[in-house]
Design a protein around this ligand. Structure first.
Ligand code: BTN
Length: 268
């Protein structure tokens, strides 16, 4: 069922009960990218908590310059504007925090538990059900803010994924063999994000880093981390206090990563 943009926006906004998120909620039938629209609203003075949801995106963007396939009626595509009162070096915490909110949301709708892959992909049975693109806007003379963009694969059937994603993507419908109410997913994510954000602002990163660790099965696994042309192999150990991934390299030394693409290696 498609969104009824006006009444769904009102319904979400009225039933959120959040401290920071949902000050304004906008639903649109189509947009290039919800992250782009939030950036435009930010440049025009939008406040923290703005939420933009789209039925479909014509230019949905993923991490590493990838495209986020965004057809109507099956996925959730939304972006949230935050203005965290923290130093720019601490912003990676918010990326991890958004991942924690996302995995908690997916787990409300899926029985096999979802698992985080660093920094914030959400996987079920090793396939991606949700991805996050967090972008910081910090141009001289413009308002700065953090845009948290998230895409959930909710009601896709297997053949609704493009050929190149068929082996790596899944949806709640594939997992549960039934439809899930997209508005319930949106409400859950916004409330989880708001709660985790409040805890972070009060208590710092430790609770979030602990929750991240409780919702991953990455630690102890053999992985490869790709950063540009460099590939480092080893065993994923833990997140450090800054949220960086600690890898015990195959040569036995530990190295921490603040960015990169993690791929699981078959254990030998
Ligand atoms: C990834 O895993 O590569 C990140 C995907 C992020 C997709 C979402 S959908 C809503 C928001 N708008 C975008 O253009 N991208 C994010």
């Amino acid at each position: 069922m498609p969104y009824d943009c006006e009444s769904d926006a009102a319904n979400i906004q009225e039933n959120l009960n959040c401290a920071h998120i949902g000050s304004v909620v906008v639903f649109l039938p189509e947009i290039d990218s919800t992250n782009n629209l939030v950036k435009t609203y930010l440049a025009n003075g939008a406040d923290e908590g703005l939420v933009v949801v789209a039925e479909s995106q014509t230019g949905g963007r993923g991490r590493m310059g990838r495209v986020w396939h965004s057809p109507p009626e099956v996925g959730v595509y939304l972006s949230v504007l935050l203005k965290p009162p923290i130093e720019p070096d601490h912003l990676p915490h918010l990326t991890l925090l958004a991942g924690v909110a996302a995995v908690l949301t997916v787990n409300e709708f899926s029985h096999p538990p979802a698992s985080l892959k660093w920094p914030n992909d959400v996987l079920i049975h090793g396939k991606k059900v949700c991805g996050l693109l967090c972008e910081l806007t910090q141009n001289q003379g413009e308002p700065s803010g953090l845009i948290i963009g998230i895409g959930f694969n909710v009601n896709h059937l297997p053949d609704q994924f493009p050929e190149d994603l068929k082996n790596t993507a899944t949806s709640l419908r594939v997992i549960n063999s039934c439809l899930t109410d997209r508005l319930a997913v949106i409400r859950s994510f916004l409330m989880n994000l708001d709660r985790e954000y409040q805890i972070y602002l009060k208590e710092g990163p430790r609770p979030m880093i602990e929750k991240w660790g409780l919702n991953t099965d990455l630690f102890g696994k053999k992985v490869a981390i790709t950063r540009g042309p460099d590939i480092t192999t080893g065993t994923a150990m833990r997140l450090d206090e800054s949220g960086r991934l600690v890898l015990r390299r195959d040569d036995g030394h530990e190295e921490t990563f603040d960015s990169g693409e993690v791929t699981l290696r078959m254990s030998t």
